[in-house]
Ligand binder design. Structure first.
Ligand SMILES: Nc1ncnc2c1ncn2[C@@H]1O[C@H](COP(=O)(O)OP(=O)(O)OP(=O)(O)O)[C@@H](O)[C@H]1O
Length: 271
């Protein structure tokens, strides 16, 4: 692993070693180069944002981080080793969970059952072992229930635990999706536009929950977001993308004062 000195942030949080190292990543869809030779890292315990205007390549980058897309060039290093292409269940086994830009929940199922789905990767017993070792299966069931209840309490969604997700307003659906991802007890949590479509109050709630998750569980968080203002308050470090290129990388203060970033957001013409 790339040993780095631990950093203590202004608010007393500790940022550790590099967990994920994106090295010269290029991703193409046919003739479209969605990501052009981008390198950056994500460190243990930090909140790392990827921002940029429409079509900048943020979702593509999140999909490379999650292992869903394999880049044509470059390497993804995870915990000190180059990471080979993986199946979705292998991604989950590595402690990576994510939410989606367009909420991906089972609308007809209750909040509780949706959150329980986040535990699937932790369920080891099958019907045969349940029949043979009933005690083990019961213990596992209890552990899963406890983990789910912890998350439901933490995200303050007790009152809607039996409500079918389809009946919930948008902001709460986003919170349930976060709950399902957290139920997996991830080490690295990927959030795809967690505030998209939210009103100011919902955005404030979501920001608080993201900070609390990071604080309480030490979860490393990488998120992508359109809204520059929101992420500046949340993040330790920010990568800025525009037209598939990295145009900025640093603390919110550094990024905010970066001329290339200011130009991209103001829509200044490119050479
Ligand atoms: N599956 C795909 N097939 C072809 N082109 C794609 C695909 N996904 C993304 N692209 C293209 O890659 C570029 C980057 O898209 P991407 O969705 O990663 O950007 P983004 O920054 O997440 O945009 P937005 O903020 O609008 O969601 C765009 O030109 C887009 O049209």
């Amino acid at each position: 692993m790339n040993a780095q000195p631990q950093t203590v942030t202004a608010d007393g949080r500790t940022i550790g070693d590099v967990v994920m190292d994106m090295r010269n990543i290029t991703l193409r869809f046919g003739g479209v180069e969605a990501i052009k030779d981008i390198s950056f890292d994500i460190r243990e315990g930090e909140i790392r944002a990827i921002i940029g205007p429409n079509g900048a390549g943020k979702s593509s980058m999140l999909n490379v981080i999650s292992g869903f897309y394999v880049p044509q060039e470059g390497e993804v290093w995870f915990r000190g080793k180059p990471r080979p292409p993986m199946k979705p269940y292998e991604v989950a086994q590595q402690g990576i969970a994510r939410t989606f830009q367009n909420i991906a929940l089972f609308e007809g199922m209750s909040v509780l059952d949706n959150v329980m789905c986040g535990r699937l990767g932790h369920m080891k017993t099958n019907m045969l072992t349940q029949a043979l070792w009933w005690g083990k299966a019961a213990r596992e069931e209890e552990e899963n229930r406890e983990a789910v209840e912890r998350v439901i309490d933490f995200l303050e969604i007790q009152a809607i635990r039996k409500t079918p997700v389809g009946r919930l307003p948008y902001g709460l659906k986003k919170r349930v999706e976060l709950a399902r991802a957290l139920a997996a007890e991830p080490k690295l949590l990927l959030l795809d536009e967690p505030m998209a479509g939210m009103n100011v109050e919902e955005k404030e709630d979501m920001s608080r929950f993201i900070l609390d998750v990071n604080d309480e569980f030490g979860t490393t968080i990488a998120l992508i977001e359109h809204d520059m203002g929101v992420v500046m308050d949340l993040s330790d470090r920010v990568v800025v993308m525009d037209y598939g290129k990295k145009i900025g990388d640093g603390t919110p203060h550094e990024v905010r004062n970066n001329q290339a970033v200011i130009d991209a957001y103001l829509g200044v013409a490119h050479d």
